[in-house]
Every structure is written in structure tokens, then in C-alpha cells.
Ligand binder design. Structure first.
Ligand code: MSP
Length: 688
């Protein structure tokens, strides 16, 4: 197609400081669905995502892991279950992936910084203020909330150093105007937040270089300074198109961006700092920033440090990638926060996918198969009246008017059901489009599912199984009913493609929908499906999930993952205080042989040992190790006991000493091993 309209859409570029979780997946899947929707509509889409790899947090994490920062980020971006792997798994259709450590980006940032320095918007001064390390954000005293970072609530540090500043204050009025008087930032509630909390209290100049760490892009004309990570990160949206570099050459084609999709906590950077930087560079502004809400867990933000992140790998492995993508987009209004739970996920799969869509598809294809051998035949397609209705809708779309129908069918008249179904299907694309254009994918999906519900009701209204009892009489009607069902399934399938691309391809194969009836245009055409196409009931695309079983399995897997994330081995710290030799020698350590061992009645912990300590008399020791050993395993073993501790009573029994064991913690669990020595050592031998 000549001169396709362009659409440039971006996600935030992710910090590869930890593995990504379902919250990041939410943001990327939403952007992907919008990008796919635009492609479906015929746009030439540029969809960019990537990683934001500089900053002190990454430098610190790498040092903790004992690797260089580059090795550290390489592993999280390119490694197994890394960022790129995750997007591949989630079927993300990004056209480009930028890493801020890419050479072309680094060189371009140096040029961008220099341009703003040369035009006087960046100047050198002294930075005094507060710095939130985890957020890599500078704050003034007045911006702090209860003395803490206003974004994450954590402690901030005093900071004072020579630094470069960006004249953000100079752009305050223009940015305010942009936010208040245009629809640059959505949802609208975020505009009030930005204006009231940041602009109106007075925009101060922004510190845009650091000297206290080195993992950043060096300011090439002043060694020792690295570029503030947000200046580096935000510019990715233009460097990835080739701005100030030769790696790409489509800046003129795609800039300005049509939309930056971002989470609500980074709206400030995208709606204040970014436009001001672009104004300074003399570049056109993006058309829109959309600030979506957070996926919460138990009402709070997910975070690695709280140990409450949800793993997208685990969920997609269990329920399928498309089911997970669908759930994320169907359930949570995009502009608001939403509470994630496994129950909600399974419920959505069972209700919408297994019951509604799954049943519609499998019942319809099964009946087409059973009653017509999979081919309904020419006569089953749209009737003349239905074609006329189709035409009316096409005209109304062109003239932007509404279709008014004055029919009044009596209840029970099959034509009434047909017309209702066909109208619902013909009106769907416009409603869907309206929602998608307003960044409300959840509403778009709700519209699709309203039509799917209508179609399921149509099955009950027409009771095809009853019609099938008299094929001679009803064959034509039955074929038409099934055709209508296939057609409505097709139209819904076309519009579900951006959300569940793989499942829709399978759905189309089952209903015999050729490529030319999978298109955006065909989603507004009734009767486009070939009534002679071969329909076959294939695999069940959306199997029902057993809620209790799946929840138990998820809980187990999540517990195992939490455990695996704990340090593999933790040791008691060594004592630093010396013990003098004579004191040490006062402990009488002896080899002892286990003559008998049994559980102490009514105690879950204690084992009672009868030991040969070489004196000829039995020694009884009680030891709290029942969780680690079965008594019979220990009989005959040679252990080590300290025999000159004062006797002690436990559960009414006397313990004459203590058995030595080694203890450590493994993945958060305490482990204990009795010290066993060679059986060649006689009972009573002294250990020294
Ligand atoms: N590196 C910056 C973005 C720079 S863009 C020039 C950053 N990275 S991030 O990895 O911390 O977050 C990336 C995106 O994921 C943000 O939009 C953030 O809002 C989103 N999410 C992270 N956790 C989230 C949820 N729990 N829920 C929804 N989105 C969340 O910020």
C-alpha cells in the first residue's frame, strides 16, 4: 500500500537491575496490543522497546554480584530468562530494541548533551539536595514527603557536588501550557498531579550530571562527569531512530512519536523533563504520553525487595502466553491501578476464554462438522436482506451516521435473532476502535465479549440440535444459523488478534477463515466468510482450568521460586572474640558410640541417645534433632559429645552432655548434620 500512515509507539526502556516481573509484562503487552491493532488498521508501525542500563543502582548491583556493570546487564538483557527472552516468549512484536549501552546511543547522547550546553540550556553549578538512590532521582527538600523520597518512600541522602544543570525552569510555562491546554498527557487526572505537585510549586533547574559514580555516559568535554541517567534514557526515543547517529535513518519518517506508553511513576519524566529537553533541542514534541496504572499485589507495589514479584514465565507456562496477555488487558482498566491475583487470572480464563469464546468456537465447529461434514455450502451464507443490512452499515460508516431500523419482529421469530446478532457484529468494530483509540483496551475487549455473549445466546435461541432432528425440513435454516455463528466468531477473532495472535490464527484455521477475511476491513463486513470453506473442530484452544488444583500448584511453584531466590548458603558469622587456650581445654570432647536411639514421648523435637562413652557405664544424652534424623539411622554410629556439661533435665529426663553438630542455612532453611567420626575410633577417645 502506498503511503501508509505511520505510527511510532514506545514502551519505557526497562532497568535490567533484576529479572522483569508481571508488572513490566503488563506495560509491554499493552503496548504490543496497541501496536498490533495499528498494524491491523494498516499503519506503518514502529514499535520500540529496550533497556536503560546506566546508573548507580546497576553499578552497585554489579559490584555486589562481583561482575562488571556491563557483564551484569548483559546477563539480564541477553541471558536465559532475560529481557529479550521474555519479550520473545510473550510474543512482543517490537520492531527495534535499544540498549543504552549501545555505542551509537552513547555517542549520540554526548552530542545531545553538548548541543544543550552550547545553546546555554546546560550550565555548570553546585548541586545541593537530596538523592534517592533506588529511584535515581534528585529532590529538593520541599518535594520530600515526611523527609523521604516522594516516589518510593525510602530514605534519601544529602548530596553536594559540582554538577551540570539543565534550565528546566526556563521551560516551565511552555510545559504547563502543553499539559493544561492540549491532550498531550492522558489520562487527564495525571495532568492535575503534574501541575499541582511539580510545576506550580516552581520548577527548579535539573541536575543532569554526576561525579560520584562512573557507570554512565561520560560528558566528553568534562571527564569525571557522567550524564544523568534520565537524560540518557529519555533520549533513547530519538537515538533509536537515528537522531545524531548513523546506525538508523528513520528519524524523519517516524518522529514525533505518536505515543509514549509509561507507568504512572515515570509520567513526571516524560511529561515535564522530556518535552523541555525536546524544546531545548528544537525538536517536535511527541503527540501523547499515556500514563498507565500499576498492577498491585495485595494492594501494594510489587518489588523484588519485598519478595512479592509475580513471574510471567511461570504463569505463561501454566496457562499459555495468549491467556496471560488476554487476562492482563481484559481485567484492568489501563489508566488505573489493578490488583493482580492468581484467582482472578484463572477466573478470567475460565469465564471469558473457556466458557464464552471457547464454547462458542467448539460448539459451532463441532456442529458444522457433525451436521454438514464441515462444509455448510453456498446457500448458508448471508441472505439478500442481510447483505442489504451490511450495505446500510457500510454507508452509515462513510457518512458517519447511525443506522436506524424500524423492524419489529415478534419474539421467537428467527429473523429477529439473526438481525440482532448481525447488528451487534456490525456495530462492534466501531466501538472497539473508539476504545482502542482512547487507550482503553479493557473496554475494547468488553465490547468483543458482549458480542460473544450475544452469539452464545443465539445458539440457545436457535437450538441447532433441535433443528438437526429434522434435517429434511430444517437443513437450510440450520446451515444458516451455523454460518451466522461462524461469521460472528470470525469478526470477534479479527479484533482479538492484537491480544491473542496465536490463538486467533488457530481459531481462523478451525472456522476456515482465509487471510482476506482476517483483516480490519473484513471486521466490518457481514458475510465475508466463504460458506463453502472447510470447518473443522480442532484442539480445544482454551481449556478450562481446575481452580483449586492450579492454585495449589502455583503456590507450590511460587514458594519454590522464593526459596530459590534466597542465598544458597548462609553461615553463622565467626566469633571475633578470642577464647584462651586453657578455657578451650576445659571442654571434654569424646567419641561416643550410639547403643540405642529413640523418640522422646510427647516431644516432636527430642531424640534420646544411649551412648557408650568408654567408661563402661551408659551415658544418656537428649538432643533436639528429631526433625533431621530417624533414630534407627543413628544406631552404631560414632559421634562426638561434650561430656562435662552440667546435667540438664528435659521432658523429665536427664541429659548428660551434648552431641556436636554442624549447622548452616540453605535457601532459608536450617540444615543440621551430626558430627560423625570414623568407626575405627574407640568409644571414649578424647578429641583435642
Ligand atoms: N528505566 C525507566 C524507564 C526509562 S524510559 C525512558 C524505568 N524502568 S523500570 O524497569 O523500572 O520500569 C519500566 C516500566 O515498568 C515503567 O513504566 C513502570 O511503571 C512499569 N512497571 C514496573 N512495575 C509495574 C507494575 N507493578 N505494574 C505496572 N507497571 C509497572 O522506569
Amino acid at each position: 500500500m502506498a503511503n501508509k500512515p505511520k505510527f511510532y509507539i514506545t514502551t519505557p526502556i526497562y532497568y535490567p537491575s533484576d529479572k522483569l516481573h508481571i508488572g513490566h509484562t503488563y506495560c509491554t503487552v499493552a503496548t504490543d496490543a496497541i501496536a498490533r491493532y495499528k498494524r491491523l488498521k494498516g499503519f506503518d508501525v514502529m514499535f520500540l522497546t529496550g533497556t536503560d542500563e546506566h546508573g548507580q543502582k546497576i553499578e552497585d548491583k554489579a559490584a555486589e554480584a562481583g561482575v562488571t556493570p556491563k557483564e551484569f546487564v548483559d546477563n539480564i538483557v541477553e541471558g536465559e530468562h532475560g529481557v529479550k527472552d521474555l519479550w520473545k516468549l510473550m510474543n512482543i512484536s517490537n520492531d527495534r530494541f535499544i540498549r543504552t549501552t549501545d555505542d551509537y546511543h552513547v555517542a549520540a547522547i554526548q552530542k545531545i548533551f553538548k548541543k544543550m550546553y552550547d545553546n546555554g540550556d546546560i550550565y555548570k553549578g553546585v548541586y545541593k539536595g537530596k538523592y534517592c538512590k533506588p529511584c535515581e532521582s534528585f529532590w529538593t527538600e520541599s518535594q520530600l514527603v515526611d523527609g523521604k523520597c516522594p516516589d518510593c518512600g525510602r530514605e534519601v541522602q544529602d548530596a553536594e557536588e559540582e554538577a551540570y544543570f539543565f534550565r528546566l525552569s526556563k521551560y516551565a510555562d511552555r510545559v504547563r501550557d502543553l499539559l493544561v491546554n492540549t491532550d498531550f498527557l492522558e489520562p487527564r487526572s495525571r495532568v492535575h498531579e503534574m501541575v499541582n505537585n511539580f510545576i506550580d510549586p516552581g520548577l527548579e533547574d535539573l541536575c543532569v550530571s554526576r561525579t560520584s559514580f562512573t557507570w554512565g555516559i561520560p560528558v566528553d568535554f568534562d571527564p569525571g562527569h557522567v550524564v544523568y541517567v534520565w537524560v540518557d534514557a529519555l533520549s533513547n526515543y530519538i537515538t533509536a531512530l537515528g537522531y545524531d547517529n548513523d546506525k538508523y535513518a528513520d528519524f524523519d519518517k517516524y518522529w514525533p512519536a505518536d505515543v509514549h506508553i509509561v507507568g504512572k511513576e515515570i509520567v513526571r519524566f516524560h511529561s515535564i523533563i522530556w518535552p523541555a529537553m525536546l524544546m531545548s533541542l528544537g525538536l517536535p514534541l511527541p503527540k501523547k504520553v499515556f500514563g498507565h496504572g500499576w498492577l498491585l499485589l495485595d494492594g501494594g507495589k510489587m518489588s523484588k525487595s519485598k519478595g512479592n514479584v509475580v513471574d510471567p514465565y511461570l504463569l505463561s507456562e501454566k496457562f499459555g502466553v495468549d491467556a496471560l496477555r488476554f487476562f492482563l488487558m481484559r481485567t484492568f482498566p489501563f489508566g488505573s491501578d489493578g490488583n493482580f491475583s492468581n484467582e482472578l487470572l484463572i477466573q478470567t480464563i475460565n469465564t471469558d476464554l473457556a466458557n464464552d469464546l471457547g464454547n462458542l468456537l467448539s460448539r459451532t465447529t463441532a456442529m458444522a462438522d457433525k451436521y454438514f461434514g464441515g462444509v455448510l455450502g453456498e446457500g448458508a451464507g448471508a441472505t439478500e436482506d442481510e447483505n442489504y443490512l451490511n450495505g446500510l452499515y457500510a454507508q452509515a460508516r462513510q457518512s458517519r451516521s447511525e443506522v436506524q431500523l424500524a423492524f419489529n419482529f415478534p419474539e421467537g421469530d428467527p429473523v429477529k435473532y439473526d438481525v440482532e446478532l448481525i447488528r451487534a457484529a456490525l456495530e462492534l468494530r466501531e466501538k472497539y476502535e473508539d476504545a482502542m483509540e482512547h487507550y482503553a483496551p479493557h473496554t475494547a475487549l468488553a465490547e468483543v465479549f458482549r458480542v460473544i455473549d450475544r452469539a452464545n445466546k443465539y445458539i440457545d435461541e436457535n437450538a441447532p440440535w433441535a433443528l438437526a432432528k429434522d434435517m429434511e425440513q430444517n437443513s437450510a435454516r440450520l446451515a444458516h444459523v451455523l454460518y451466522n455463528l461462524l461469521e460472528v466468531t470470525r469478526i470477534c477473532g479479527v479484533l482479538l488478534q492484537p491480544f491473542m495472535p496465536e490463538s486467533c490464527a488457530k481459531l481462523f484455521a478451525q472456522i476456515g477463515a482465509a487471510e482476506n477475511v482476517r483483516t480490519w476491513e473484513s471486521a466490518a463486513q457481514w458475510g465475508a466468510l466463504d460458506p463453502c470453506a472447510a470447518v473443522h473442530k480442532g484442539e480445544n484452544l482454551f481449556p478450562r482450568v481446575d481452580m483449586d488444583k492450579a492454585l495449589a500448584e502455583l503456590e507450590e511453584a511460587e514458594a519454590a521460586a522464593r526459596k530459590a531466590a534466597l542465598p544458597p548458603i548462609e553461615l553463622e558469622p565467626q566469633l571475633t572474640e578470642n577464647v584462651d587456650f586453657d578455657t578451650f581445654c576445659k571442654s571434654d570432647l569424646r567419641a561416643v558410640k550410639v547403643k540405642a536411639c529413640e523418640h522422646v514421648k510427647k516431644s516432636a523435637k527430642l531424640l534420646r541417645f544411649t551412648l557408650d562413652d568408654g567408661t563402661g557405664a551408659d551415658r544418656q544424652i537428649l538432643s533436639g534433632i528429631a526433625a533431621y534424623y530417624e533414630p534407627e539411622q543413628l544406631v552404631g554410629k560414632t559421634l562426638v559429645a561434650i561430656v562435662n556439661l552440667p546435667p540438664r533435665k528435659m521432658m523429665g529426663l536427664e541429659s548428660q552432655g551434648m552431641l556436636l553438630s554442624a549447622v548452616h542455612t540453605e535457601h532459608g532453611e536450617e540444615k543440621l548434620n551430626l558430627i560423625m567420626v570414623s568407626d575405627d575410633i574407640p568409644a571414649g577417645a578424647k578429641l583435642c
